[in-house]
Design a protein around this ligand. Sequence first.
Ligand code: SAH
Length: 351
Amino acid sequence: MPEAAEARTAVGIKALGQDELLWLVESLDQPAYRANQLVRWLYGRRATSFDEMTDLPVKLRETLEERFAIPRPTLVERQVSEVDETRKYLWRLADGVEVESVGLPANGRLTVCFSTQAGCAMRCSFCATGRSGFVRDLFCGEMTDQVALVGEDFGTRVSNAVAMGQGEPFANYDAVLEGLRIMNSPLGLGIGARHLTVSTCGLTSGIRRFADEPEQFTLAVSLHSAVQATRDHLMPGVRAVALPVLRRSLDDYALKTGRRPTLEYALIDGVNDTDEELEALVGFCRGLLCHVNLIPANPVPGTGVTRATAERVREFERVLDRSWIETSVREERGTDIDAACGQLRQRRVAD
Ligand code: SAH
């Protein structure tokens, strides 16, 4: 058996997206609607065995049972913030790989931040995830499981999910899209498309594909500097992406979809919080339908990153506002349990 196929079988049936489930049932001479039944059982009802799927023919259940496992991530560790209600989870996947997710309750809503890869290849200098390197892409079911399991732990419906955990979603585009579709489907997790957000470090081929997707998913782009040299230094993995090319892909995205991409900007003391950087940011945003989300940078050991002062954050907000650029400052959540932006990694507390 080829290596990829072997990995799939170990990960089980939830490695398959909706189109692949359709292909599977058709290859077993079953009508197409069986694929929908499978989606409802696997994701909506969170079945743990094929036996439970009582509206499927017994013969089909037996065949599926022979071919596939229905693995679930197992909980290795769960931490609860003492300053807010944030919870961080470390999961072990079927092959032993570990990833983290975060649950962020607020005002009766629950947002789940999920990982799209174990580790990350992008090596952003201020982020903990890239420091341990890239391990592997996650399958769609491994993403939907993170979201569903966090919802189960809180005992509430998940209202929002953001692909802002470990990994670069557009480096695992197809599986991420399959995952979003199952999260969105009324047969799956039933989360509104606008409440599903993907954050990318700015892979323009992904931004262009995303603009063509029929669903109204939300796009966020980690900009962090509108000065090429600063951005190259902060985000070496996307050095090949020239800022004018990124700007153009965002313009096209906004024109095509009519939706406003978010630009994430982690403010780091003395690096990207200077007047020159601010001016470049305003220039980048001018005439672009966008929303700037300022993130006071979170400390990550070994990176030497210091958060910009509150005055600099306010100054950025003031100048952007004055330039008619929609701006917000991201509220810090779960820093005491290293659950905030940029703090997720492959590590247990005891390590
Ligand atoms: N790879 C994707 C998804 C990561 S999302 C991306 O780059 O967008 C996590 C967000 O947190 C990104 O905007 C990332 O740049 C940001 N981030 C990383 N390290 C951070 C830190 N130390 N402080 C604040 N934000 C950080």
